[in-house]
Ligand binder design. Structure first.
Ligand SMILES: Cc1cc2nc3c(=O)[nH]c(=O)nc-3n(C[C@H](O)[C@H](O)[C@H](O)COP(=O)(O)O)c2cc1C
Length: 360
């Protein structure tokens, strides 16, 4: 990234614009697109505007601390990189750049099963101190799933995040029209055996069959047998399934609608967060992603009980804009903005951000 532009990114929107300019229209449609008419995508974003935060004042905020613990790991910020596939499409260094920037910033990053680089190289790039989670797309053959999980554990990933909202890929109009062709084969860094989720069902009479969409909650039990890593379940939009995740031994749930890429009728994630938080209480950690673009969004989500929030597209914009330097800039922008916000609401520590902040 040119020095002249590095300091020019004041907001994530600036990074988005810079990322767009450096990206092919087909890859951009893949990144930006959502399901169907993109109502869920839009809803994620606009819903934050329906929440307000009321400051505490004169509380002494000369020093604010953004550090927190996510599944037992100390990090410097209550946000993380959500898992996104094929980061190599945005920058040749792809996940390696994300891992380096995250480790240097002390920010946690989750990496997709469908990474462009092998998970072992991602782990090496981030170094031993980097906080890393491995996102699992379950494979048709459980032995293959198990191998993948063991590779992640051996490479030093600290948690497994099972994506539960992709029995099949959603219908993505923008991607189908202008994006990577549906049959485009993107190399998967984790090896040629790794299967991507099914996009098109097979039809036979009134039946449609979806290859590997047979997973049930028994899968979580099965995973617990083959790994000691804590398990998070991602793609939860109902309290009852957050409770189910706890019952099956999950240590965390991620309230997520896959960035509005799966079901277009899905609610905004911020609108369902409190129901999940109230249901699980202290029994597991609750995270959220979808539409987080400003420190205000982080503040709202944390006030509603999220432990931290994930950033999906912003990391891809930053990668496109400037590789590792771009992602570093993203984390530093958001951290600075959040520190200012914490001072403005009279809160010195992340653990002090609570429901008392919520406005009318
Ligand atoms: C281009 C793209 C690829 C994604 N790939 C994955 C993936 O491989 N696995 C996964 O669990 N989620 C994936 N997601 C969903 C993200 O983890 C996250 O839930 C979502 O991007 C959050 O919304 P945001 O983009 O508005 O921040 C992807 C999202 C995008 C935009």
């Amino acid at each position: 990234m040119e020095a002249a532009t590095t300091g020019g990114f004041r907001t994530l929107r600036d990074l988005e614009e810079a990322g767009r300019r450096r990206c092919s229209p087909a890859v951009w449609a893949f990144v930006q697109g959502g399901a169907g008419e993109e109502r869920a995508l839009e809803r994620n974003r606009t819903a934050f505007g329906h929440h307000t935060v009321r400051p505490h004042v004169l509380t002494g905020v000369d020093r604010v601390d953004l550090s927190t613990r996510l599944l037992g790991q100390s990090v410097n910020a209550p946000f993380f990189a959500s898992p996104t596939a094929y980061q190599g499409l945005l920058h040749p260094d792809g996940e390696l750049a994300t891992a380096r920037a995250a480790a240097s910033a002390g920010v946690l990053a989750a990496f997709s099963t469908l990474s462009s680089h092998p998970l072992e190289e991602i782990a090496r790039a981030g170094g031993p101190a980097g906080g890393r989670w491995f996102q699992l797309y379950v494979q048709p053959d459980f032995a293959e799933t198990q191998r993948l999980v063991q590779r992640a554990e051996t490479a030093g990933f600290k948690a497994l995040v099972l994506t539960a909202d992709v029995p099949v890929l959603g219908v993505r109009d923008r991607q189908a029209e202008g994006g990577i062709a549906l049959d485009f084969v993107v190399p998967v860094g984790n090896g040629p055996n790794i299967q991507t989720p099914v996009r098109q069902p097979e039809r036979s009479g009134s039946y449609f069959t979806f290859g590997s969409a047979s997973s049930t909650w028994a899968l979580v039990d099965g995973l617990r047998v083959v790994t000691r890593l804590p398990i998070g379940v991602m793609g939860i939009l109902r309290a009852v399934y957050a409770l189910k995740a706890v019952e099956h031994g999950a240590a965390a749930v991620v309230v997520s609608n896959h960035g509005g890429r799966q079901l277009d009728a899905a609610p905004a994630t911020i609108d369902v967060l409190s129901s999940v938080v109230h249901a699980v209480g202290a029994r597991c950690e609750v995270y959220l992603d979808g539409g987080v673009r400003r420190a205000d969004d982080v503040l709202i989500a944390l006030s509603l009980g999220a432990r931290a929030v994930g950033l999906g597209r912003p990391v891809l914009w930053a990668l496109s804009a400037g590789g590792e330097a771009g992602v570093a800039r993203l984390f530093s922008l958001l951290s600075t903005e959040l520190a200012i916000d914490m001072a403005l609401v009279g809160r010195r520590r992340i653990s002090d951000i609570d429901a008392t902040l919520l406005g009318p």
